[in-house]
Every structure is written in structure tokens, then in C-alpha cells.
Design a protein around this ligand. Structure first.
Ligand SMILES: [Zn+2]
Length: 492
């Protein structure tokens, strides 16, 4: 499970890999704690034997071909299904981008050059490979426009320009489709699972899921009144996925996770313990990182970070919007507030947005992941639109709420420009072809912001129950509305 798939600071599941990219040095740090509990005995335990093997493996260098073969044999042995090919889904990306354009977006998507292990570019084609470094097995081939050839006019460009130039002044969003995703779930059951709730020492509390949903429902009304067709991914407190938590096929999700863990250092280290065969599989079966993937304790994480985000992605991509806003509120947990969920007494309140990008070393392990980044790299117009939407929204939030741009992007993020960070969040990665902005409105565990958001002045019915909201939320919806309208106006 990749840490970047949830944005807020108090995200519960820390994924441990040190990013010693592109080399085969590994660390045992993440597995030591599990083994430290093994009873001391004169005879080495299975875990100790494995540790010795892992230590010895440090000295072993395998060829990229051998690493690939062993990886495939391990995945097959543990029942990980073969991957769908990417070429047909990426065929539509041909002749949509120039080499110069691709090279301009590449540092945003891949600031650490991890993708170099899987791709090659020249003046006419962008080629992806399935086998890291050896580059013998094609993943996809996308043709590029030659130098001087104009970029084709996209559907998005046509629609945005039409709205910007032809709409009446009172309906500036007429003809546009807008998707709104209120982050998280926001009821007692899910707030406990996600930890997306802040408790004040005086007994008051704020659920991020409730704030997100209220913000979206207020914004939906405004955008609809301005002529837009709006999709809201969920209108009640709870998940988007209809799959009951207990019905989630744990092993299926764990297998998928095993594939996406295959570039992780622990996986790479285990590959060196033995050639293809039973001793190699036994080394995996004895490893705590491997076993964690299949543990029942990860059921909720797979639901929250995989099944539910995939349900949101599917809804949005099927709707084919012109722009998507994903709404979240952030927390800053100072040192000492280890458990999260409390007020940050030292105070920190800023605003920011995330655009797609900053894939990390362990996020290129599947053909699906590489197809996502290939889509972003070959969609120059929608990439630029995401940046413009982010810029417009974050400026309005900053001006209207009196908040500075955040200096911290969190996780594996990079600042693209003031207030805008690239981060490989699941929705940013999987939604494409239009303008996407993942908004962290404000820090709701800042004491002053908490008080403003908790100063209830209006009623809102959600699922038959009243969830009151503050005037602050009205201001936030105003800012988001203005951000969207001004974004569309940039296409005049
Ligand atoms: Zn959030």
C-alpha cells in the first residue's frame, strides 16, 4: 500500500520503504521490529535463518533479467493474476504530444527519475517496457508528434473555449460537466476507521468527512445555478463503494498489493535469497512484510484506499467531466500529539492544492501504474488545465479566507508553484483527460479554524439528519465557486 494514496497528515497507515532508488541496496529496518519478538533460542529460528540469508543477499548482484524472471515467478506462485496489456488503452494517446512537451511534464510526474528504468524516448516515439532496466519486453509504444507539428485540439479545449466565449454572463458554466468528490466517508463507524476526525478538549468534534460533504453540497448548488451539470460522488455519509466491508475479497486485494510492492526494497531483497523455486517462495512466506499484505487487519485499509477510491474514480471517469474538484481538509499533528485527532495548539493554517505528479520509486511496479503516468505525460492540454484550475482555486481560497499558501505538501510531494504541489494521490493518478484539482481547503485542527468551522449558523439535511454548518463554510463555497468561474474565464 503506497503512503501517497491518502493525503491528510494524520493518515493511519505508514508504508515503510526507504527510497534508495534505482539500486539494489536494501534495509532490514522495517522487518527488525517484527523479528525482535521471536523467542531467543540456541537453534536459529526460521526467521533468524532468513535474516542470515538476507544479510548474505546484500552481497549478491542479480542481472535485471534475473530480477524480472524471479519477480514474475514469485507473483505467479502466489496467484497474482497476469496483467492486462496497456497498448490498446494507450493507443488513443498517440500523436497527442511532442518530445519537448513530454520532457516538460516528466520532471513533475517523476522528479527523481525512477521512470527512466522503464521508458525510452526519441524524436518520434515514447516507449515503455515491462522489465526494469533490461528493457527487452515492450509495455507500450506511443508515437509522438514531430518537431514543429501543432498539438491537436482536444475535446476539453473546445468545450472550455466554447463556455468561456459563448455563455451568457449569468450562466458562465453552461454546457460544462463538473465532478465533485467529497473526501472520506464521515460517520462514526468510518471516522474511527479513517481517523479523519478532530476532537477538542472541551468535547466538541469535527469530522473531515462531514466538512467535505457539506462543502461539496453547498458548492454543487452554486455551480448548478451557474449552468453546470454536476456529479457528486456521494451525497450521504459513508463510502462510495457498495461493497460491504466484510465481503471485500482480502486475498484478491493482497495479491494486487503484492504486485505493486514488487519494486519495494523488502521484495527486492527477498528475490536475492534463492533462485526460482521453493526456497525462494518459502523466503517470502516467512517474511513479515509479505504476511502483512494478507493480514485481516488490512481489510479496512484495502477498502478505504483501494475499493472506495476505485469506485470514485470509476464514477468520475464514466461521467467524463471537464473538471473535477476533490475536496479535503488537512491536519497538522505537532510532535507530542502522536495519536493524531487532536487540536494543534501551536496553530498552523494554510491552503493548498495537489495536481498529478511526483510518482515514487515503488509506484511504477504494475503496467496499470505505468499506463497512468503515460496518460498524464501525453495529455499536455489537460495537464495545463489542472494547473490553471489549481492556481485559480488556491488563489481564491487564499484571498477570501485570509490563508497563506502552504509550504508543506506532505508525503512524496513537490511544490510546482506557490500553493500547488504535485502528489501521486490515487484520484489524481487515475482521473485523466480533464482539469483535476485536489483541494486541501484549510487545517481544521488549527484552533482558530476549528472554532470558525464549528460556529454553526445554518442547517443542512444529510440522509434525514441535521448537520449544521458555519458561515465559514459558506465563504469556502464562495471561494471555490469563484475559483471555478475564473478558471473557465482564462479560456476566453
Ligand atoms: Zn482528507
Amino acid at each position: 500500500m503506497k503512503a501517497s494514496d491518502e493525503s491528510c497528515t494524520n493518515a493511519g497507515w505508514s508504508h515503510v520503504t526507504s527510497l534508495l532508488a534505482g539500486c539494489l541496496i536494501f534495509t532490514l529496518a522495517s522487518t527488525h521490529s517484527a523479528w525482535a519478538t521471536v523467542d531467543e533460542a540456541v537453534k536459529p529460528t526460521a526467521a533468524e535463518t532468513l535474516m542470515t540469508l538476507l544479510e548474505a543477499a546484500k552481497l549478491i548482484q542479480l542481472s535485471p533479467q534475473e530480477i524480472y524472471s524471479r519477480t514474475q515467478s514469485v507473483l505467479e506462485h502466489f496467484g497474482v493474476p497476469a496483467e492486462a496489456e496497456s497498448q490498446s488503452v494507450l493507443a488513443e494517446r498517440s500523436s497527442q504530444q511532442t518530445l519537448e512537451g513530454l520532457q516538460a511534464i516528466l520532471p513533475i510526474m517523476d522528479p527523481d527519475h525512477f521512470l527512466d528504468h522503464y521508458i525510452e524516448t526519441n524524436a518520434t516515439v515514447f516507449t515503455g517496457y515491462q522489465d526494469r532496466d533490461s528493457k527487452e519486453l515492450h509495455d507500450f509504444v506511443i508515437s509522438l508528434l514531430s518537431e514543429g507539428q501543432a498539438l491537436p485540439v482536444t475535446r476539453l479545449e473546445t468545450r472550455l473555449k466554447k463556455a468561456a466565449t459563448q455563455n451568457p454572463a449569468n450562466l458562465p458554466l453552461k454546457g460544462l460537466k463538473i465532478a465533485l468528490d467529497p473526501g472520506h466517508m464521515g460517520n462514526t463507524f468510518w471516522d474511527e476507521k479513517t481517523g479523519k476526525i478532530v476532537y477538542h478538549p472541551d468535547g466538541r468534534k469535527l469530522s473531515e468527512g462531514v466538512l467535505n460533504l457539506q462543502t461539496v453540497l453547498l458548492l454543487e448548488k452554486r455551480l448548478t445555478a451557474l449552468g453546470a451539470e454536476v456529479l457528486v460522488t456521494h451525497r450521504e455519509l459513508g463510502p462510495v463503494s457498495a461493497l460491504p466491508l466484510n465481503d471485500l475479497p482480502l486475498v484478491e486485494f493482497a495479491r494486487r498489493e503484492l504486485r505493486s510492492s514488487s519494486a519495494d526494497l523488502w521484495f527486492q531483497a527477498l528475490l536475492k535469497t534463492a533462485p526460482i523455486g521453493n526456497p525462494l517462495y518459502a523466503a517470502f512466506e516467512a517474511d513479515s512484510n509479505f504476511n502483512k499484505l494478507f493480514a485481516e487487519s488490512h481489510r479496512a485499509d484495502y477498502f478505504i484506499l483501494r475499493a472506495d477510491l476505485d469506485a470514485r474514480t470509476d464514477l468520475i471517469n464514466r461521467f467524463a467531466p471537464d473538471l473535477t474538484l476533490i475536496i479535503h481538509y488537512d491536519t497538522m499533528d505537532p510532535e507530542g500529539l502522536t495519536s493524531g485527532g487532536g487540536i494543534n495548539k501551536s496553530g498552523w493554517n494554510r491552503t493548498k492544492v495537489y495536481v498529478p505528479g511526483s510518482f515514487s520509486v515503488d509506484e511504477f511496479s504494475s503496467r496499470e501504474d505505468r499506463a497512468f503516468v503515460a496518460r498524464h505525460l501525453t495529455s499536455p492540454f489537460s495537464w495545463d488545465a489542472s494547473r490553471k484550475l489549481g492556481r485559480s482555486v488556491v488563489r481564491e481560497l487564499s484571498d477570501q479566507l485570509g490563508l497563506e499558501f502552504d509550504r508543506f505538501g506532505g508525503g512524496n510531494s513537490r511544490q510546482v508553484e506557490p500553493g500547488i504541489f504535485s502528489r501521486n494521490l490515487a484520484l489524481n493518478r487515475k482521473i485523466f483527460g480533464h482539469a483535476v484539482s485536489y483541494v486541501e481547503v484549510a487545517y481544521y485542527n488549527d484552533p482558530k479554524e476549528f472554532n470558525r468551522l464549528h460556529d454553526y449558523a445554518h442547517d443542512m439535511d444529510i440522509g434525514g439528519k441535521n448537520y449544521p454548518y458555519s458561515e465559514r463554510l459558506v465563504n469556502i463555497a464562495d471561494a471555490l465557486e469563484n475559483g471555478v468561474v475564473k478558471f473557465v474565464q482564462t479560456y476566453r
